[in-house]
Ligand binder design. Structure first.
Ligand code: PLP
Length: 401
């Protein structure tokens, strides 16, 4: 048979999903997967939040019909997403300068934002941090943009290459689309300080760059309000911008595809026009978003008791990660590591660029059944009171031997 697909080549395996496959196939007991990008609780389980469970119960008991949602999704969900970003009393919201569309996770928000920008700025390029979440490059390239990087991580200090970042941004032509991680940078865990962000936003403004903020871990850094401070800083500068929100991690609703794209415009009238174009992009991609996850998130965000419960649960996740950071650093010292790992305490969010080399990562896998990304990224949220000592001891052994 002659096949249309004969010439199709096998695509390379996704590096992180490929790692999960290897981990699942590993028969050794006590194996640990630090390669994941999800939050596990202290029992090593993916949590179902009580706030989410209560909202789901209410939804099931309501026996609601499943009609199509509007293209932009549930109004209460979108309002809730805006409030998380800008704060309840924000003039950006009251003046109608923000418009939001419920999206298929943070990824879906980035994608409809990318398609919108491609129609608006067909000759622009996109810049992402070096390194960045690996899907940023692929997603914007797939949307038709050339993608370059700006300096970000300094391996020598395990911190931010701030002078390099400023120099990269200063060199960009007007209308370059700059993807910025608003908090809890993935994969490094290294965020600019607020003072550094103030300098960054000035360059963005002066050079007429197009900021596209990605906020996938709001609540995992210093708190819901604190983690929104960069979004609010940009919003206060009278800049037009895009923001992709993901609730996958903060609601532990990975498979429900809960995210949102928010655009800040210069007027209410402009918002109406922009939303009408965004709806065309949604219509030709997937028509309208699914109901279940959006309804659950909207219920939690708009029901005061559930909202309070959710913020407490989110704080619990954030604090557990912080405890794991402290314990990892202490236990590495206790197991004889002399290198300074205090940078792990300064990093924010679920990840840490640990500084482990790819050879050390291979040894962790081969000798100790501990899986991490070859860049040395570890998911601190996959550590728990049962595996942390084992992991610290294993890291010590690959560092010292
Ligand atoms: N942006 C960043 C920086 C991420 O780390 C992730 C998920 O890992 C996403 C976006 C996508 O989130 P979602 O799973 O909601 O599509």
């Amino acid at each position: 048979m002659t096949s249309l697909f004969e010439s199709v080549e096998l695509a390379p395996r996704d590096p992180i999903l490929g790692l999960n496959e290897q981990y699942n196939a590993d028969a050794r007991t006590g194996k640990v997967n630090l390669g994941v990008g999800v939050y596990y609780d202290d029992q090593g389980r993916l949590p179902l939040l009580e706030s989410v469970s209560k909202a789901e119960t209410a939804r099931i008991e309501a026996h609601a019909a499943r009609g199509y949602l509007p293209m932009e999704g549930i109004a209460g969900y979108n309002k809730g997403a805006q409030t998380l970003l800008f704060g309840a009393d924000s003039p950006i919201i009251s003046s109608g300068r923000a418009l939001t569309a419920q999206a298929l996770g943070g990824t879906g928000a980035l994608k409809i934002g990318a398609d919108f920008l491609k129609a608006l700025l067909p000759n622009a390029k996109v810049v992402i941090s070096n390194p960045s979440w690996e899907n940023h490059r692929a997603l914007f390239e797939r949307a038709g943009f050339p993608v370059e990087t700006y300096a970000y991580y300094d391996a020598a200090t395990h911190g931010l290459d701030f002078p390099g970042m400023l120099a990269s941004l200063r060199a960009l032509p007007a209308q370059t689309i700059v993807i910025l991680h608003a908090c809890c940078h993935n994969p490094t865990g290294v965020d600019p300080t607020f003072e550094q962000w103030q300098e960054i936003v000035q360059i963005v403004k002066e050079n007429k760059l197009v900021p596209f903020l990605d906020i996938a871990y709001q609540g995992f850094g210093d708190g819901l309000e604190e983690d929104a401070s960069v979004v609010r800083l940009f919003a206060q500068q009278d800049l037009t911008m895009l923001v992709s929100s993901s609730f996958s991690k903060s609601f532990s609703l990975y498979g429900e595809r809960v995210g949102a794209l928010t655009l800040v415009t210069s007027s209410k009238d402009e918002s109406v026009r922009v939303l009408s174009q965004l709806k065309r992009i949604i219509r030709t991609n997937y028509s309208n978003p699914p109901t279940h996850g959006g309804t659950v998130v909207s219920t939690v965000l708009n029901t005061p008791e559930l909202y309070t419960l959710w913020t407490t649960e989110l704080a619990g996740m954030r604090e557990r990660i912080r405890t794991m950071r402290v314990q990892l650093v202490e236990k590495l010292k206790a197991h004889g590591v002399t290198q300074n790992f205090d940078f792990v305490l300064d990093q924010r969010g679920m990840f840490s660029y640990s500084g482990l080399t790819s050879q050390q990562v291979d040894r962790l896998r081969d000798e100790h059944a501990i899986y991490a990304v070859s860049s040395g990224r570890i998911c601190v949220a996959a550590l728990n009171s049962r595996n942390i000592d084992y992991v610290a001891k294993a890291i010590a052994s690959v560092l010292t031997a």
